[in-house]
Every structure is written in C-alpha cells, then in structure tokens.
Design a protein around this ligand. Sequence first.
Ligand SMILES: Cc1ncc(COP(=O)(O)O)c(C=O)c1O
Length: 393
Amino acid sequence: MKIEDCTADFQIPRYLHYMDSAATSLIPEPVIAAMNEYDRQYRANVGRGMHRLTRVATQKYQDAHDRVSSFIGGNEGTTVFTRNTTEAINMVAAGLDWHSGDRIVTTGAEHHSNLLPWLRLRQKGIEVGIIQPGEAGIFDIEAFEEAITANTKLVAVSHASNALGTVQPVREIADICKAKGAYFLVDGAQSVPHFPVDARCMGCDFLCFSGHKMLGPTGTGILWMRDAVISPLILGGGTVEDVTTEGYTLTGGYKRFEGGTPNISGAIGLAQAVKYLESLGMDAVFRHEQKLTDHLLAGLAGIENVTVHGPENVKNRIGVVSFTIDKIHPHEIAYLLDERAAILVRSGDHCCIPLMRHLGLENGTVRASLYLYNTLEEVDLLIETVEEIARIV
Ligand SMILES: Cc1ncc(COP(=O)(O)O)c(C=O)c1O
C-alpha cells in the first residue's frame, strides 16, 4: 500500500488536523477490526485451556509476540508485552540486581518515564550520572565516554527525543557500553514508530517502546531484552513452571514477565498495527515524514518571532517539531491553532521538565508531531496559521 492512500483508514473527522502523534497515534481501521474480531469471534483467555477458542486466542497471542519481535529484529531475544514504555522501563529498574555503588548514566533530555525510575534508585545507594545536551538536544559522544565508568551498570538513553525530535547516535553509545561492560537501555518510544529499528544491530540490551504510538491500541507497550536478565516485577498465574506450598519454579520466555491475564485484544491489535506498518514499509514511512518535516522546518524558519527548538534540518531528526512564538504562551498558541484551523498540537513541557529548564524554556514549547497520515497540505496550513498568530504580537 502507498502512504498517500492510507488516510482513508483513519476515520478521524476530516476537518481535524491531528499533529499530536508523539503523544499517541491515530489507529487505522484494520487494527480496530482485528481487535473486534477477537472480542466477537474467538474471545477466550490465553495459555490455560484446551477448548477451541482458547487454542485460537493463544495462537494469535503467540503470533503477536512473534510479529513484534521480528519487526524490531529481536527474534533471538525476549519480547514482553507491557502496558506502555513507562512500564517497560520500570520493569528494568525494578528487576536488575542492583548493589550499592552501582552507577546509572542517563541524560538531561529524557522523558520523565526514562528518568524517574533511575532517580528513585538513588535511595538504594545507586549513583545516577546525568549528561546534559547541547542546544538542539545533541550530545557530545565524548561525554558518554567520560560518564560511563567501570562501575556503570546501565546506560539509559532515548533514541529520539519527544521534545526536540533529535535522534541520538545509539550505535556509538552501544559500543561504549559494550567496552565498559554496562547494559544499554534504549527508550524507543519515538523511534520504533517512525523509522526502521533493529534491536540487535543497534547493540542495545533493552528496547522499550509503546504500541499506542505506532497505530496500536492504548495500553500496549513492549520490553525487548537481549537476555532476560531481570527478575519479574509481577508473579502469579502464567509465570510458573511448577508450584508447591513451599516455593515455585518460574517459567522461561516472555511468560515469566507477563503475570495474570494480559491485554489480549491489545496484543492482537498491536500485531495488526505492525502488519500495517510493514505493508507500507518503514523506509517509506520515514521518507514521508522527512519530506513533511523538511517542509515544516523551512516554513517556520521564515516567520518572524518564531523559534524552532531542536535540529534545524532533517538530519538526525524525526517529525517532532517544537517551536515558540515570542511573547505568546505555548498553551495559548496550541489553543489558537485549534480554534482557527482545527490543528491539534501539544504544548507545555512534554514530560521533559529538566530539559525545558536546561534550555531556559520555562513555559515549554508548542510541539507538532507528524506521522504517516499527515499531508503537505496540512503542514502548509500549520505554517500559515502560525504566521497569522505570530502577527498578533
Ligand atoms: C521518549 C518517550 N519515552 C517514554 C514515553 C512514555 O510513553 P508511555 O506514556 O507510552 O509510557 C514517551 C511518551 O510520550 C516518550 O515520548
């Protein structure tokens, strides 16, 4: 399928221009249909029965894991379904075997979900080193060389910034981690939905991302692990091989980490979302977004009083474009964009308060985040409306 033909699959009212996909994406009809099919035709629990419906549901649930694993080149690892990226990261924070004196290295550009779980570990005597980015959210790779010391157990970095759109050199960071014997966690919430990501090639140990940001249902996320070295956060039904009243033996694979009845329709919907993305091709998705982003950056650059925060061109960048207009609060701009042109964007700190403070952006920014269903016409409308608003001051 060609990207230009897919807008019909997204049945949001035509007069709305959705540019908040970094928060959550729209969902195409085939994903909704796959979830409905489960609920209507073969609804049953998974992994714990012999009747025909449970066998169908169990197979589909397993297939969903296989499809997501291969989408990220992670067949040889363990792909655990979670509620979202936040849960996936917290599972690693809670599940690694920490010792006082261990060190974590992360950055000042992280989403709170990739920061708070590490800051909390300070209470256990874990050192947390924070590397600060330059203006456009770009890091000096030498800063990682210096910060990743011999006692560093884990390095946690987002692949692409949800606030500035900057893409980080994860392969280089992975090499440093490998040389220093540290685990490497990549927060892929803003990369996996937008360009081809191969967990193995990237060289990370953990890859966390959200299904609801990549055309899947809300309440779906993934924790991929090269080796399943963490202990599970939740124990109970489905996680065991054997149990006595004295103890238990845990099962292997993803089941060890998915205690209780999972989000079965969500998993089936997520697999369908992956199938949909594969049918478009992630290279094509990326090219489409690059074209829109390039156009948007060029348009905003020409408007007086407007500042774009993040890389100025499409190099090492996704279609998350943050900007401010002098003397107008970002929330007011977002409100006006909706009022005047039905353009839906996000405003504020984007769950990145430390980054906003570091950049001196106390009120945050306006963030337009583009995806495969956006068009050049919509980007033109955004540019025109920003120009109109900027003239108010
Ligand atoms: C880079 C990044 N990390 C983590 C998250 C948290 O994702 P979720 O809310 O799905 O857990 C987000 C959400 O916007 C994000 O952009």
